[in-house]
Design a protein around this ligand. Structure first.
Ligand code: NAP
Ligand code: ZN
Ligand code: ZN
Length: 351
């Protein structure tokens, strides 16, 4: 298969900083779209992958799955895009297309495993996939999204992961004007969850450990902020919420949040992957028909629905634009929860 060399930024080992490198991209095949990347968001999952937090990272690793750019080549069989169009790619670049999940537009739950935009298995080149911290990406048009023309393009990028990851559970659990929603953690995912739940008409509360984010949360549209370390504030919202979206990336006690669920309420974990500590107390779950659930990103049709919704409502991410060379510092700031509220890389800086 013909390939071209493109510039990228990635890491060669767990402990290593990210640095400039060259990677291969395939030439467009029949159904492929080549996108010249203009902006790429920085997700906490990029950091987890670069540092092998989840195990299984293949090095060199090039992160980045919040990609927006312009189409610069199309395969002969492409129908959705033409050269010059805006286009976006999120966390998936392939799936089996034939399993029950894929047939139901739930490619994120592909029974044969979806192909991640990075650190996945590229079926074409039989190597690992490389993400959006790069000049160009080549993706099957099924996994390429249309971008509303009326939005700030750099601030659209985070919709492709932070946006869809919070949109999908809000939609699945039928959040609307009568819902009371809470969001745990005000970072990339958390700030999108507030905006999207408000966009759907819900009453929204933020749970945060960080009192100095309160004003920001209110400006983002939250109706209230509860400091999760303050027992009195937690008691005041006991039994209140229909849905809680928990975006915390590390192990934490979810029991206090379950107490704040209404009867039949659901706590949806989208951040931390792994065993919970301390142990989950089933008493409030059984006595209140409460659920603890999880959710991963969203399907392609649902991601397009989100982008169209954001176009109509004028919703984008709050971003801090950085140069590619600033990525290692950005990761350190992300570890300190010092992101307001998503870093986005200006890909022009990759030279
Ligand atoms: P982020 O921007 O770093 O935000 C995480 C927020 O969680 C922080 O701003 C902080 O908010 C809070 N937090 C951080 N460490 C904490 C701790 N030890 N205890 C309690 N709260 C803590 O991260 P992100 O990009 O939003 O990603 C969040 C998580 O979701 C990551 O683990 C990421 O890998 C995962 N993720 C999952 C999916 C999915 O499909 N399920 C998709 C994308 C990302 P406060 O300062 O307000 O407390
Ligand atoms: Zn992500
Ligand atoms: Zn499938």
């Amino acid at each position: 298969m013909n390939t071209t060399i493109v510039k990228a930024y990635g890491t060669e080992a767990i402990e290593a900083d990210l640095k400039q490198m060259n990677i291969e991209r395939r030439e467009v095949t029949l159904k492929d779209v080549e996108i010249t990347i203009l902006y790429c968001g920085v997700c906490h999952s990029d950091l987890h992958t670069a540092r092998n937090d989840w195990g299984g990272t293949i090095y060199p690793a090039v992160p980045g799955h919040e990609i927006v750019g312009r189409v610069t080549k199309v395969g002969d069989g492409v129908t959705k895009f033409k050269i010059g169009d805006l286009a976006a790619v999120g966390c998936m670049v392939d799936s089996c297309h034939t399993c029950d999940s894929c047939k139901k537009d739930l490619e994120q739950y592909c029974l044969n495993g979806f192909t991640g935009t990075y650190n996945g298995r590229d079926k074409h080149l039989n190597s690992q996939t490389f993400g959006g911290y790069s000049e160009k990406v080549v993706v099957d048009e099924h996994f390429v999204l249309r971008v509303p023309e009326n939005l700030n393009l750099a601030a659209v990028a985070p919709l492709l992961c932070a946006g869809i990851t919070t949109w999908s559970p809000l939609r699945h659990w039928n959040v609307g004007p009568n819902s009371k929603v809470a969001v745990v953690g005000l970072g990339g995912l958390g700030h999108m969850a507030i905006k999207l739940a408000k966009g759907l008409g819900a009453e929204v509360t933020l749970f945060s450990r960080t009192p100095n984010k309160t004003n920001d949360a209110l400006e983002l549209g939250a109706d209230a902020v509860v400091i999760s370390t303050d027992e009195n504030q937690m008691k005041a919202v006991s039994g209140k919420f229909d849905v809680i979206i928990d975006t915390v990336p590390y192990v934490h006690d979810v029991n206090p949040y379950i107490t704040t669920l209404n009867i039949s309420g659901t706590l949806v974990l989208v951040g931390y992957l792994g065993g919970l500590e301390p142990i989950l107390n089933t008493v409030p779950m059984i006595l209140g028909r409460k659920s603890v659930a999880g959710s991963v990103i969203g399907g392609i049709a649902e991601t397009q629905e989100l982008l169209d919704f954001c176009g109509e409502k004028g919703i984008v991410s709050e971003i801090e634009l950085i140069k590619m060379q600033d990525i290692n510092e950005a990761y350190e700031r992300m570890l300190k929860s010092d992101v307001r509220y998503r870093f986005v890389i200006d890909m022009k800086s990759l030279q």
